[in-house]
Design a binder for this molecule. Structure first.
Ligand code: GLU
Length: 424
């Protein structure tokens, strides 16, 4: 019979995403956490909803709504991206902020977790309006952020240009330079080398460690990647350059496959020229659904959430799934993979390379000490591999799914910090 904690975490009024809920429900039951511990993790520490005016190009003023949720800061200042999306809700922001808390804890960097955003479709704004929305949002939340409080970063539909507007607006408010207030800045202005491909490379470091554990040979391991945005295309390019046969890739319009391996640099040029990967010479067109179940050894979902479900997980042929997207696998599919002995490397480790490099960027800005690319990569590799081995070791001890182990490790670290602070 489920205990009280277990019921609580599964109740309908919980807003955390279904995946977090079921994972945490299991952990509460297995670890026998107390109600106090559950309460402490259950609620965000600070949650802001702001409404701010923006003078549009037409001369008219329009009100926008923005959010910032600082979920937990026991392990350090809160950290997490800002997304601009027309369908953003405060519930999405809370779920994503909670995932950031777990992500920072599992890779053991000294941050809590946050997320924020503005309800807006950036495609409908001029460049000037985009800048004014960004600046208006920062004026609204400016007193609540800072290098030792809460540090934003890019997320869906926000980029380095927006990060610099954030920096500039914050510095105008403070009246001094504060480069560590935001990460994901351009390299030429307080940014860091390797930023653009840090999420993909961090995932690949973990992947190669996982391959050693299952005895997979990198020169023959065939890779399929769903998603050809920044993360998916960089992963394809890095793996191709390392000599892996990348047999299938896709974007939102569909995918391409070639059993002998695709020429990824040429496929990138083809996409730049035609706007899509389809009809790339020497390959066959496939759907996004077909890509997930194609004949490959490593599957990398790097696009949307909820792609691997109970409906297709049985048919997946890969032996390793590396979740570069956030939440691409449903709970049911997770179970199927575990039974089939497919090694699933969960998102909170697999795609943590971005926030790890954000940590380096913040640290460089605070110390005014800028590192060579080699040092950035070396430190990224160490952190990613240590996190993977911590979680993999726990899987062996507990004989559980890797996602469960990653959540468990993160929750234990967060609660330990709360205990040391005297909050528990
Ligand atoms: N938005 C990214 C993430 O969700 C980066 C966050 C950061 O660097 O703070 O991991």
């Amino acid at each position: 019979m489920p205990n009280k904690q277990h019921e609580r975490i599964h109740s309908d009024d919980r807003n955390l995403c279904q995946l977090c809920m079921s994972e945490l429900g299991g952990i509460y039951a297995d670890l026998g956490l107390t109600m106090d511990e559950l309460d402490l993790l259950d609620m965000p520490r600070r949650s802001f909803t702001v409404h701010f005016p923006v003078r549009m190009d037409s001369g008219k003023t329009k009100m926008f709504v923005g959010y910032r949720i600082q979920y937990n800061d026991a392990r350090g200042p809160t950290k997490g991206g800002i997304r601009f999306h027309p369908e953003l809700t405060i519930d999405d922001v809370r779920d994503l902020a909670f995932l950031m808390v777990l992500k920072c804890a599992v890779v053991n960097i000294p941050f809590g977790g946050a997320k924020g955003g503005v309800v807006v479709n950036p495609k409908n704004l001029s460049r000037n309006e985009l800048e004014q929305v960004t600046r208006g949002y920062i004026r609204a939340i400016g007193q609540f952020i800072g290098p030792d409080k809460d540090i934003p970063a890019p997320d869906v539909y926000t980029d380095e240009k927006i990060m610099i507007w954030i920096l500039d607006e914050y510095e105008r408010i403070r009246g001094r330079h504060v480069p560590a207030v935001v990460t994901g800045k351009p390299y030429d202005l307080f940014g860091i080398k390797a930023r653009s491909y840090s999420t993909s490379l961090g995932g690949i470091y973990v992947l190669e460690e996982a391959m050693k554990k299952v005895g997979m040979d990198s020169s023959r391991a065939r890779v399929a990647i769903q998603g050809f945005g920044n993360v998916g295309s960089n992963a394809a390019k890095i793996l191709h350059d390392k000599g892996y046969p990348v047999v299938a890739v896709s974007d939102s319009r569909g995918g391409i496959i070639s059993e002998d391996g695709l020429n990824i640099p040429e496929a990138m040029k083809h996409k730049d020229r035609t706007g899509s990967l389809r009809d790339f010479p020497g390959s066959r067109n496939i759907t996004n659904g077909e890509l997930l179940v194609c004949d490959c050894d490593i599957l990398i979902p790097a696009a949307l959430s909820g792609q691997l479900t109970a409906d297709n997980a049985e048919e997946v042929r890969a032996r390793i799934v590396l979740e570069l997207a956030n939440a691409p696998t449903t709970t049911d599919a997770d179970e199927v993979f575990f039974k089939k002995k497919v090694m699933l490397i969960p998102d909170i480790i697999a795609n943590a390379g971005g926030v790890v490099v954000s940590y380096f960027e913040w640290s460089q800005n605070l110390n005014n000490d800028y590192w060579e690319e080699e040092k950035v990569l070396q430190k990224l590799r160490n952190i990613m591999i240590t996190a993977f081995n911590d979680v993999h070791g726990l899987c062996h001890v507990e004989s559980c799914r890797m996602r469960r182990a990653a959540y468990q490790l993160a929750v234990e670290r967060i609660l330990h910090a709360e205990k040391l602070r005297g909050n528990l």
